[in-house]
Design a protein around this ligand. Structure first.
Ligand SMILES: *[C@@H]1O[C@H](CO)[C@@H](O)[C@H](O)[C@H]1NC(C)=O
Length: 462
């Protein structure tokens, strides 16, 4: 009995496990084919959605460009994503969707396309806005004070258009208004949402333009065909894109400057007026010379303080101070300045340590301080010629912004106040006429003495 039973149980076990195995096999096949069917379906939907999105994007741009053309608004493409694709060109031609829809450059995957417009070519045109509305565009308009009217004499300017956002099919066309400034460059304002504006109108964080005010040299434009549409683009796209990355502009603080000048009126003696004229021409010369060498510089020490505190130069300062990162040093800098008509007055230190150049032009001194980056600080050196003593001036790290001084586009540290506070302490806003560069600055440190044997090389006075 037990023996028979054992055989029966064994057979039963074999049969049932076979059935189970078959079932598993069957289920597995069914399940897998279902999954892969789903994946396929998902991909199809994705492609379909993608196609719809690209169609909508392209149609928005196309509609907008048609309008701009009809109303003779010479907008040009400044969209960083589209321009980047354009500068990489051939790479995207392989994408099947790109080929199918013919939208290689304008369909960037972002729901925004940005254009710029020279503001002097914009006349407030209700016809244009009406036509846009009829095409289904919604408009959000950003206005702000006209900075070209702001100066030490007048403060509040009239309001001007700064940015337009047009929306159609969920896609945004940003129009950035560029204004000609007195320093012969183009400026756009910051885009700021005001109280009652629709905060969901656009993905504001993704906009290329408007986080800050920005400035540009006037770009050379070319008309080209992109994805079958006539579009103006900057001729040198890589130059434009690199300008765009460092375009942030700081307006002078006219209100504070005016308060300062009420307390401490500007010196209007002929000598002071003459000095300002000379500084202006020296600063122009320095800007041109360094631009030719492709060396970025910024206003430093007293010249920076003059810009920040009084939107002008400090007439008793007697010199112009600029900073250059030592990594940007080029050995032909001295020749370039002497060829521009300046005379070398002294050269202290060396590229590896505390380099400082000083030139003279029309009895105004141009001091060029080279800055060294070290961890989270930046420093420049000083040398006392007669004793060989070295000094070190320490600043917190900073980035560079554009600003305007004496009708010139120049750079200043973006964190201007931190920079000036490091140099002049908390009382930077109070004029100090007697200033000792070895002891007055808040950030000066003694830094040893140059070895006597090296003086001839490291302390050159002309
Ligand atoms: C574009 O600009 C860059 C940077 O300013 C320059 O090096 C380059 O030569 C320019 N290209 C053309 C084709 O002009």
């Amino acid at each position: 009995m037990p023996r028979v039973n054992r055989t029966a149980v064994l057979s039963l076990l074999i049969v049932s496990s076979s059935v189970f195995l078959l079932f598993q096999l069957y289920y597995y096949r069914k399940y897998v084919s279902k999954v892969s069917y789903n994946v396929c379906k998902q991909q199809k939907t994705l492609r379909k959605n993608n196609r719809e999105m690209q169609k909508a994007h392209k149609s928005t741009v196309k509609n907008f460009l048609a309008l701009a053309q009809r109303f003779r608004l010479p907008v040009f493409l400044v969209d960083t994503a589209a321009l980047t694709l354009l500068s990489q060109d051939a790479l995207r031609q392989h994408d099947w969707l790109v080929r199918e829809l013919h939208c290689s450059f304008l369909c960037t995957g972002r729901p925004i396309t940005s254009f710029a417009l020279h503001a002097n070519q914009w006349k407030y045109n209700s016809g244009f806005l009406l036509a846009a509305e009829q095409k289904g565009f919604e408009l959000l308009e950003f206005r702000g004070e006209d900075p070209r009217l702001a100066s030490l004499d007048t403060l509040s300017g009239e309001e001007i258009p700064l940015h337009f956002l047009f929306r159609l099919h969920g896609y945004i066309i940003q129009v950035v208004f560029l204004y000609e400034r007195s320093g012969n460059y183009l400026w756009h304002g910051a885009l700021r949402l005001r109280g009652n504006m629709n905060r969901n109108f656009a993905p504001f964080k993704q906009l290329d333009y408007g986080r800050d005010a920005g400035v540009y040299d006037r770009p050379d434009l070319v008309l080209t065909v992109l994805d079958g549409l006539d579009v103006r683009v900057p001729r040198n796209i890589s130059r434009f894109l690199s300008e765009q990355r460092h375009a942030r502009f700081l307006e002078c603080r006219y209100r504070d400057a005016r308060n300062f000048l009420q307390l401490y009126p500007e010196d209007s003696s002929p000598a002071a007026v003459d000095f300002r004229r000379k500084v202006k021409s020296l600063l122009h010369l320095a800007t041109q010379t360094l631009a030719r060498l492709n060396i970025p510089f910024w206003l430093s020490s007293g010249t920076c303080l003059g810009w920040f505190r009084q939107c002008s130069i400090i007439s008793y300062s007697r010199d112009v101070d600029i900073g250059i990162f030592v990594v940007d040093f080029r050995s032909d800098i001295i020749t370039a300045f002497t060829e521009a008509g300046l005379t070398l007055k002294h050269k202290f230190g060396k590229v590896e340590d505390s380099l400082e150049l000083s030139f003279l032009n029309d009895d105004v001194k141009l001091d060029i301080f080279f800055f060294y980056e070290e961890g989270d600080i930046v420093w420049n050196g000083g040398t006392q010629a007669k004793s060989g003593r070295k000094f070190k001036y320490i600043f917190p790290r900073f980035s560079l912004c554009w600003a305007e001084l004496l009708e010139l586009k120049v750079r200043v540290p973006c964190e201007t106040l931190d920079y000036l506070m490091a140099n002049y302490g908390a009382s930077w806003s109070v004029p100090v006429r007697t200033w000792d560069w070895k002891s007055s600055p808040s950030n000066v440190q003694e830094n040893g003495v140059w070895p006597l044997a090296e003086w001839a090389e490291l302390i050159q006075v002309y």
